[in-house]
Design a protein around this ligand. Structure first.
Ligand code: UD1
Length: 430
């Protein structure tokens, strides 16, 4: 299993190209199931989760073609063409769904277009139990019959889905996306209230509109959809990855460097920018990207609470905690979205961090320096926090189980090495 070795203490300076967003690309790919015509998406990030979705869609019978090369020899500019003109199976099997929760996003489109879908329940994951009850309840409110049996969701609507009012009792990104795709092909009007407002949902809505869907309220918490009988093909731009951008912004901050994040949009991580500024970091929109710098400034501890967008993203909580471990003073970090998203805490402690957990909050007391250690990645964003800590630590950090990182960060070690980090992937003989 590969490991990542980092020798810390180098300020990062230069430019990093931000890729297409994983969390936008996955629902967009699922949306290809809504039409028999071709949906073309670019730029597609080259990530393990995208490959899992390609395999899942391929298994349903979707034809998938990957074109083009990205900049700097990478794949950031690649386009994916998806054609669901001959869907042979409406079943999403356990073997694929268990690898990635976002697989459940095929449920809404399959049900809306074919009147039937059988999708494995995703099961738990490292950051919590993560049920899909909101997806299922919402689809029943559009007239679907939904049963769970033998670990599978069996959903049917032989006469098609019927528009309805869905008031989400709790904000869910995935449930909003599933319902939005389903409502696009339902008969009549659907209102999705208390919908999630993450930019990835607006990106999906814009794609659906390009495919012929009628959606009002894009970007707000109430989406009103007039169902249409069919959708058509389209070409759509995948938004830049705001979590990747936020992670590299923290890399600049934790190493006391300056980075231009090409293709990032400040409007997509306002809350994070606010925290970074309060901590003493310069963050501004500049030259088609975001400029982040902490040259010559001390870091100050700031309290952080995760919330649905436009609040502070839970997907940047672990990385922000790494930053706060070396800030002056204390920082209270409260996680409100997932119940078990502190797996990075014991690993950061192994590097010398001072962190106490109290339920859903972590009290971080800044230390003068972290020291390199062998650490274990537990999930995608926790792994990123260990990389950031390693970049700032004295000595060598060896991160095990880096396959978690490959799910969501394209060419991470190459991008960081390009701006001055001493980082390499080592193929461990096991
Ligand atoms: C998406 C993101 C993930 C991010 C999360 C929160 C993708 C592919 N993944 O995940 O990176 O961390 O949003 O911003 O876009 N919940 C229920 N019942 C449900 C659905 C959700 O109780 O049916 C709970 C979850 O357990 C969690 C909270 O609602 O506590 C928010 O989850 P949700 O917004 O649905 O996250 P995902 O869409 O899975």
């Amino acid at each position: 299993m590969d490991k990542i070795r980092i020798r810390g203490g180098h300020a990062l300076n230069g430019k990093i190209q931000i890729g297409g967003a994983k969390n936008a690309a996955l629902p967009l790919m699922a949306a290809s199931l809504l039409t028999e015509e071709t949906l073309k998406l670019a730029p597609m990030p080259h990530l393990a989760d995208i490959t899992t979705m390609v395999n899942l869609l391929g298994q349903h019978g979707v034809k998938v073609v990957l074109n083009g090369e990205g900049q700097n020899g990478g794949s950031a500019g690649r386009a994916l063409s998806l054609t669901a003109d001959d869907v042979s199976s409406v079943t999403a099997p356990y073997d694929l769904v268990r690898k990635m929760r976002a697989s459940v996003l095929v449920l809404g489109p399959l049900l809306a277009r074919f009147g039937k879908a059988v999708v494995s329940l995703p099961g738990g994951c490292a950051i919590g139990s993560r049920p899909v009850d909101l997806h299922l309840k919402g689809l029943s409110q559009l007239g679907a019959e939904v049963e769970v049996e033998g670990g599978y969701i069996h959903a049917s609507a032989p006469q098609g889905l019927i528009g309805g009012r869905v008031v989400f009792p709790q904000i869910s990104v995935g449930a909003t996306e599933n319902l939005l795709m389903a409502a696009a092909l339902a008969r009549g009007e659907s209102r999705l209230e208390n919908a999630a407002r993450e930019p990835e949902i607006a990106n999906l809505a814009e794609c659906l509109i390009a495919m012929g869907a009628q959606i009002d309220g894009v970007g707000s918490d109430t989406l009103v959809v007039q169902g249409v009988t069919e959708l058509h093909g389209a070409e759509h731009a995948v938004m830049g990855d705001r979590i990747e951008a936020g992670t590299y912004a923290i890399a600049a901050a934790i190493t006391g460097g300056s980075l231009d994040l090409d293709g990032a949009r400040l409007a997509h991580f306002d809350a994070v920018a606010g925290v970074l500024r309060e901590a003493g970091v310069t963050v501004e929109q500049r030259n088609g990207g975001v400029f982040v710098s902490r040259a010559n400034h001390a870091l100050v501890g700031v309290d952080v609470m995760t919330e649905p967008f436009p609040g502070f993203a839970t997907d940047l909580q672990a990385q922000t905690m790494a930053l706060m471990t070396v800030a002056d003073g204390a920082s209270m970090i409260t996680e409100t979205i997932f119940e078990n998203r502190f797996m990075h805490v014991p690993e950061l402690r192994r590097m010398g961090a001072s962190i106490n957990l109290h339920g859903g909050s972590a009290m971080v007391r800044g230390v003068d320096r972290l020291t390199g250690a062998q650490v274990m990645a537990s999930d995608l964003r926790a792994s990123a926090s260990l990389v950031l800590a390693g970049l700032a630590a004295e000595g060598e950090t060896l991160i095990n189980r880096v396959y978690h990182l490959d799910r969501g960060y394209e060419r991470l070690e190459e991008k960081l090495a390009g701006v001055g980090a001493d980082i390499e992937r080592v193929e461990a003989a096991e």
